[in-house]
Design a protein around this ligand. Structure first.
Ligand code: 5GP
Ligand code: MN
Length: 333
């Protein structure tokens, strides 16, 4: 990412009267937060803004219900057919835009804001910073360069992106600059305690019960990843329906499974009730580049947190993944 890329992005947004925003399907806190944060800031300077994501049923997960500026969201069918300026957030590849991926062909200009190392640079202008802890960090820098002030309405979504993608400031990408940005965001008066409680510390009893079930049947394959070990479990559509839960409710299962010290790699296979396809979440502790493994299987992500979609059944998906892990080199500590 060069100064030229920043200048191009600033020029695009400075001159736009209308902007259409998209984040990836099954959005997490960074996808929604970076999108709504920039959306609120642009609206504040008089730009007409719409935002969406290409899920069959576009709904914001309940853990992000507090996010401001959700009135910018329109249903996929109401999203402009040929936006003059399209901006995408936290979306490493075109397919992750789901049913709205076709707008990449009809948009006049596309600006890509992201931090995935696997980003395929599908935009006209690509602001992709793999070292950034979150796409929200890229957006915050862009707002500074646009000379737009941080308000609480902008800060709450950006803080959401920052806290989500750093795992509450725990992961390695949490630099001094990340804490300095967090301080600026908190200084706007946002209720970070309520944000964190909603994201991390609020769940239904149904979820707690489902978590117990799927964790109880987790399997360990100590020989996988050339002896570093794999722990995995699955969440079937039947589990979701029995507990009255949606796919977006079980995003956090991987965070419990990955704590198993016996395995370098953790995997959760989640059956999407609307498509029957398996969403595969992978995590590693630092010795295996699961991002590269997932790119090889048609997905993407970060080195130690990545995913893909499989159209095979659980057994075939695991077999293919296990053989890809066997071929993956071990990284130096
Ligand atoms: P999660 O396991 O939480 O769904 O995703 C982990 C990371 O991998 C996130 O940064 C997410 O954006 C990325 N990721 C997950 N699935 C896919 C996929 O199918 N394609 C790409 N390009 N990235 C993915
Ligand atoms: Mn994301």
């Amino acid at each position: 990412m060069t100064e030229r890329d920043w200048d191009d992005a600033v020029r695009l947004l400075d001159h736009a009267d209308e902007v259409a925003l998209l984040c990836h399907v099954g959005p997490d806190g960074d996808a929604l937060g970076s999108m709504l944060g920039l959306g609120a800031a642009l609206r504040g300077k008089g730009v007409t803004v719409v935002a969406s994501f290409g899920d069959e049923r576009m709904s914001v997960p309940s853990s992000y219900a507090y996010l401001p500026a959700q009135d910018l969201l329109v249903k996929p069918e109401d999203f402009p057919a040929a936006p003059a300026l399209l901006v995408t957030f936290d979306t490493g590849s075109a397919d992750r835009l789901g049913s709205l991926a076709d707008r990449l062909e009809t948009a006049g200009t596309t600006l890509v804001l992201d931090h995935h190392a696997s980003n395929t640079r599908y935009g006209t202008v690509n602001l992709v910073e793999p070292a950034a802890a979150a796409t929200a960090v890229v957006v915050a820098e862009l707002l500074d360069r646009l000379g737009l002030p941080l308000t609480a309405e902008i800060a709450a979504p950006l803080y959401t992106g920052l806290v989500t993608d750093t795992g509450s400031f725990k992961y390695a990408a949490t630099t001094p600059a990340v804490h300095e940005l967090a301080a600026r965001l908190l200084a706007t008066g946002i209720r970070h305690d309520l944000i964190s409680r909603s994201i991390w510390d609020t769940a239904s009893l149904s979820y707690v019960r489902l978590l117990g079930e799927v964790c109880a049947r987790a399997q360990l394959d100590p020989a996988a990843a050339r002896g570093l070990g794999l722990v995995w479990t699955s969440v079937r559509a039947e589990d979701l329906s029995r507990h009255g839960l949606a796919l977006s409710d079980v995003e956090g299962v991987i965070d419990v499974v990955r704590t198993a010290v016996e395995a370098e790699v953790a995997v959760v296979l989640k059956e999407d009730p609307s498509t029957g396809l398996l969403r595969v979440s992978t995590r590693s502790k630092g010795a295996v580049d699961v991002g590269a493994v997932c790119v090889g299987l048609g997905g993407g992500g970060h080195r130690f947190a990545a995913g893909y979609t499989s159209s095979e059944d659980v057994d075939a998906t695991l077999a293919r993944l296990t053989s890809a892990l066997q071929a993956a080199p071990h990284l130096a500590a």
